[in-house]
Design a protein around this ligand. Structure first.
Ligand code: NDP
Length: 604
């Protein structure tokens, strides 16, 4: 203690942080939000709620005959993950594949999420895949949804993927045929496809969820989920002009990354907007800007990979050179992890690092709260919008219009202080004994995580001994490097976890797609038809992931719940199931594994 006290107190004072006060406040706010029902609090979009996932964007429903065929690979999902996998198969000379996509076009996330203001808050130059291959340069630093959707279609055209894709088709079952070393894939259109390999790229956040608010089904007004925006009702388009809302009282329930983006647009167009908040997001500076043509002229081949690597290096504090992306994400990691110094400029000793990081995290939180106080004119509203939890407890957000929206006379914050509304009636939302009458409720309540893989995919997968993936993962995900699982030969998963977590998910997808395609190519070259992870290798990797994650648990245990922390069930959260040493270390592990002949993967 004698050596620790000066470090802690000096640093806290220099950073303007009152440690004891903030710790107590964070603990109090967490307590208000813990929900004993954890993930069970949400309503699944089945039965009476299944219309919430109908596709509102299909203009002409597809009519086609069922097909029966045999291919080398089936790719599940036509989002950026599936597109990356397909483009790499093409480049590797494997043309016998089928993409199966339930939507009406490519795009995945960017097909479904067309809500007003939808935008990717990771810089477009690193987020949008295959820019050099498609010859495209994004128009702005943070691309809007329509541009991202167009880019998905561009990749589809560039790699001639449309003829290989079954759109508006939902897989109903995958079943491994041990005698033939093939997957039997069936769909809701009666297709029977036999595939040597299956690559599942159905996305980690693909199944909308609804809040378990009592009375939700009794509401007689209009409702929809943000990922199925009803422009037929609101009018307008993804940049606003929603004339249909001019005479409507609207409630947006939820204040996560989605709500942060759509609230400013609904605020502008609705007669009145109630933002129904349980936990506020951290909202940092965005600073979007158009692409600089001179910068574009300066780009050399290989620029995108260099920029993606620079981003990850900067986030992980191993970049001694330029911060190319230089934005809210890189500043967040820099301020909370890599910029730590004693007031006299000297480095912090490794033993004191955890404590210093806590102080830096609190300082960043103070900056976020100060921004709210500076921007929002009504003191009570400003107080309600302040987040009180660690910067990595929930998805950080970046926006320059959200906070200002609360200065409009037609916008009210209903701050439920962690409880959520008491109930929904036929005509409105009730909280604290007050009913707020509304014409429309928009659910910005996110997507299922931590539920069974098959439930999120909406089909079951039966492996080598007939075991289902739901049974296999009943006590938690079990994979080798997040790529494959024992008992499910020739089946590869993308964006599942148990890998090196990168905020830029397309970078992770790119890495995974490369490794999966390399495995398929290696199997083909060796004349092998079956590739399976051994139980030993999988057990060892899961144990390593869990062991390394232990160091991060004390931080997660201070967090207000959200999907990063399994809605309060940390073991089911996203963060505990990633490789704690980080994405750069993970890439090294994966490459070393590949170079040493992929031990733990049996080819037969
Ligand atoms: P989230 O899961 O992040 O947010 C859901 C929101 O609903 C939370 O504010 C939650 O409150 C609230 N909520 C849940 N139940 C209730 C209830 N009963 N009453 C009131 N509020 C409730 O979903 P999002 O769609 O916002 O975002 C999902 C993810 O999608 C993001 O984390 C991000 O990864 C991605 N995304 C990325 C974007 C980008 O720019 N790249 C943009 C948008 C989304 P509480 O916090 O208290 O649980």
């Amino acid at each position: 203690m004698a050596t620790e006290a000066p470090t802690r107190n000096d640093l806290a004072a220099a950073y303007g942080v009152n440690l004891e006060e903030l710790r107590a406040k964070y603990a109090l706010e967490r307590q208000k939000r813990l929900n004993p029902r954890k993930n069970e609090q949400f309503i699944e979009v089945t039965g009476d709620f299944s219309h919430y996932i109908d596709d509102p964007y299909i203009e002409v429903p597809l009519v086609r005959d069922a097909i029966a065929e045999e291919v080398d690979a089936v790719i599940i999902g036509g989002g950026f993950g599936g597109l990356l996998a397909a483009s790499k198969l093409r480049k590797a000379g494997i043309d016998s594949f089928r993409i199966i996509e339930k939507a009406g076009d490519f795009g995945g996330t960017w097909y479904w999420n067309r809500y007003p203001g939808a935008q990717c808050d990771i810089e477009a130059y690193i987020y949008m895949p295959l820019l050099e291959e498609t010859g495209y340069i994004p128009t702005e630093k943070y691309a809007h949804a329509a541009e991202l959707f167009e880019h998905a279609k561009r990749i589809g055209k560039t790699f001639d993927l449309y003829p290989s894709t079954l759109f508006q088709t939902q897989i109903t079952e995958l079943r491994w045929d041990e005698d033939a070393d093939r997957w039997a894939v069936t769909t809701d259109r009666g297709d029977k496809i036999r595939a040597r390999y299956v690559l599942s790229a159905s996305g980690p956040l693909n199944r909308p969820r609804l809040p378990g608010i009592p009375g939700i089904a009794s509401f007689k007004g209009h409702t929809f989920h943000t990922s199925r925006w009803d422009y037929g009702y609101t009018g307008g388009h993804s940049r606003g002009e929603m004339t249909g809302l001019a005479d409507k009282r609207v409630a947006v329930i939820g204040t996560g990354a989605t709500a942060i983006q759509c609230v400013p647009y609904v605020a502008r167009d609705a007669k009145h907007l109630y933002v129904v908040q349980r936990t506020p997001s951290t909202v940092d500076v965005r600073g979007n800007k158009p692409t600089d043509p001179d910068w574009v002229k300066s780009l050399k081949p290989g620029w995108q990979r260099e920029r993606m690597d620079n981003f990850i290096a900067t986030l992980n504090g191993v970049n001694a050179g330029t911060d190319m992306v230089d934005d809210g994400w890189t500043h967040l990691f820099h301020d909370t992890m890599t910029a730590l110094r004693h007031p006299d400029g000297s480095a912090i000793a490794p033993d004191d690092l955890a404590q210093a990081m806590e102080i830096a995290d609190f300082r960043k939180g103070n900056d976020i709260r100060d921004r709210i106080a500076r921007t929002v004119t009504d003191d009570k509203t400003a107080a309600g919008l302040k987040p009180w939890y660690g910067m990595f407890c929930k998805r950080p957000t970046f926006n320059d219009e959200y906070l200002d929206a609360f200065n409009r006379p037609n916008v009210s914050l209903i701050d439920t202080e962690g409880r959520g509304p008491d109930r929904i009636t036929e005509t409105g939302i009730v909280f604290g004994g007050v009913e707020y009458p509304v014409d429309c409720i928009i659910f910005a309540t996110g997507f299922e995580t931590g539920t069974a893989y098959a439930r999120r995919a909406a089909f079951e997968i039966h492996g080598a001994d007939g075991q289902s993936l739901t049974e296999k993962f009943a006590t938690g995900t079990r994979t080798l490097y997040g790529l494959a699982t024992h008992g499910f030969p020739n089946f590869f998963m993308m964006a599942l976890g148990q890998n090196g977590f990168k905020p830029n998910i397309t970078d992770t997808l790119d890495e995974q797609a490369s490794h999966i395609v390399q495995v398929i190519v290696a199997a083909k070259a060796a004349g092998k038809t079956r590739v399976e992870v051994t139980e030993q290798a999988e057990t060892a990797w899961v144990a390593e992931i869990r062991e390394l994650a232990r160091a991060g648990r004390p931080y997660l245990e201070t967090c207000t719940p959200g999907y990063y922390t399994g809605e309060g069930d940390i073991d089911k959260g996203l963060l505990v199931d990633t490789y704690a040493p980080g994405p750069i270390a993970f890439t090294k592990v994966l490459n070393a594994w590949c170079d040493s002949g992929r031990p733990g993967l049996e080819f037969s």
